[in-house]
Design a protein around this ligand. Structure first.
Ligand SMILES: C[S@@+](CC[C@H](N)C(=O)[O-])C[C@H]1O[C@@H](n2cnc3c(N)ncnc32)[C@H](O)[C@@H]1O
Length: 154
């Protein structure tokens, strides 16, 4: 996957640094330590993480986001209300795990984002799929705990 990304970056004429690793270990392994980013994008990764790891990754993201103008953009499975939607989602849960997908299914992503210090400013797209809805959350770092976390910088 990194090789494909490298080829695409080269074709697009952009210079990128590609680092392989587990998101929940990013802060510890130093891949992002001491750096700040304007944009953090995550596509279809969060439903692979248990609730503890979701919290760890969101905290890491918050710690490295440039709060003033930065944005985090997450695409993942959204809330699955109703028994029929839950049944449609069952194959995903059987493959990716019930624990990992629980917070998604129960619509807790906005709550987890807020807990990490994010302020959800838009939910621009929902994609209906055969397995259920995919949702997007766009947030900045200026949630209620953000100022305290970053020494009032937000
Ligand atoms: C469903 S694929 C999505 C791939 C791609 N991001 C996309 O949107 O097409 C899930 C991806 O999450 C990655 N992944 C799963 N657990 C992860 C973790 N703990 N840290 C980082 N990446 C993880 C897998 O390696 C896989 O590439």
């Amino acid at each position: 996957m990194l090789e494909v990304a490298r080829q695409r970056a080269t074709a697009a004429g952009v210079t990128v640094e590609l680092v392989a690793g587990l998101a929940q270990e990013a802060a510890r392994t130093g891949a992002v330590a001491g750096r700040r980013f304007d944009k953090i994008v995550s596509s279809l990764v969060f439903h692979h993480l248990g609730e503890g790891s979701k919290r760890t990754v969101l905290r890491t993201m918050h710690g490295i986001l440039e709060c003033r103008n930065g944005r985090v953009i997450i695409l993942d499975w959204g809330a699955m209300p109703g028994i029929l939607t839950r049944l449609r989602f069952l194959p995903v849960q059987l493959i990716d795990g019930f624990d990992n997908t629980r917070a998604n299914v129960e619509g807790q992503m906005p709550e987890l984002l807020a807990e990490a210090g994010f302020r959800v400013i838009a939910t621009p797209w929902t994609f209906e799929t055969v397995f259920g809805p995919l949702a997007t959350w766009v947030a900045d770092g200026n949630g209620s705990v953000a100022s305290a976390d970053k020494g009032g910088e937000a």
